[in-house]
Design a protein around this ligand. Structure first.
Ligand SMILES: CC(C)(COP(=O)(O)OP(=O)(O)OC[C@H]1O[C@@H](n2cnc3c(N)ncnc32)[C@H](O)[C@@H]1OP(=O)(O)O)[C@@H](O)C(=O)NCCC(=O)NCCS
Length: 166
């Protein structure tokens, strides 16, 4: 099996990432989302999975508008021919470590309730908070004691261009 490494995204990765996102998702919404988040300065950090031939995966963490010190994990993608090898899991775990190291208090994700709880995400953590993505797919993970605070989860403006289920 080909080895991969996880590292922070840099400017040289952008072309490969654009191709990855276009191929991984059914529409160009996530590609536009990534571009807009960068343009708006809302990317907290983005991790890439690299193989010898180039980028094969990405997990992007953006700043929420609220609560403070909270990140959104989206998008997460892995090249179709590299899936089910733990690449997304490695990206997410490394991302959560990075978030803790950088002092972020919590992370939210909108995703498959059968996948994200293995990293500690759960819907209980965000219960009662209003959000444009409220529902069973919205999950949170506190990284600090006072992880979640406030009545509302508000994503960065770039997300308003996405359909609700992305
Ligand atoms: C969702 C996605 C990112 C997962 O990427 P991935 O690298 O395949 O994820 P992982 O390998 O960590 O885990 C996926 C599955 O493979 C399994 N798996 C992990 N390593 C494995 C291995 N070595 N052998 C067999 N299965 C393995 C995991 O248990 C998991 O299975 P399950 O969910 O059926 O229980 C990828 O499918 C993708 O890019 N999809 C399209 C974009 C998308 O929908 N993104 C999510 C919304 S933003």
């Amino acid at each position: 099996m080909t080895e991969f490494i996880i590292r922070l995204e840099t400017a040289v990765d952008r072309e490969g990432l654009e191709e990855l996102l276009l191929a991984a998702f059914p529409t160009s919404s996530e590609l536009r989302l990534m571009r807009q988040l960068h343009e708006d300065g809302d990317v907290a950090f983005s991790l890439v999975a690299m193989e010898e031939a180039g980028v094969v995966g990405q997990a992007l963490f953006s700043r929420l508008r609220m609560p403070a010190a909270t990140l959104a994990l989206a998008p997460v993608s892995v090249a179709a021919n590299r899936r089910r090898r733990g690449i997304a899991a490695a990206l997410i775990e490394a991302g959560l470590e990075q978030a803790k190291k950088d002092g972020w208090k919590a992370v939210v994700v909108v995703g498959d309730p059968s996948y994200y709880p293995r990293f500690g995400f759960n819907s209980e953590a965000v219960r009662g908070m209003s959000c444009q993505y409220a529902g069973p797919a919205l999950m949170g993970l506190a990284l600090a004691e006072d992880g979640f605070g406030g009545p509302r989860i508000e994503y960065a403006p770039a997300f308003s261009s996405l359909p609700d289920t992305d």
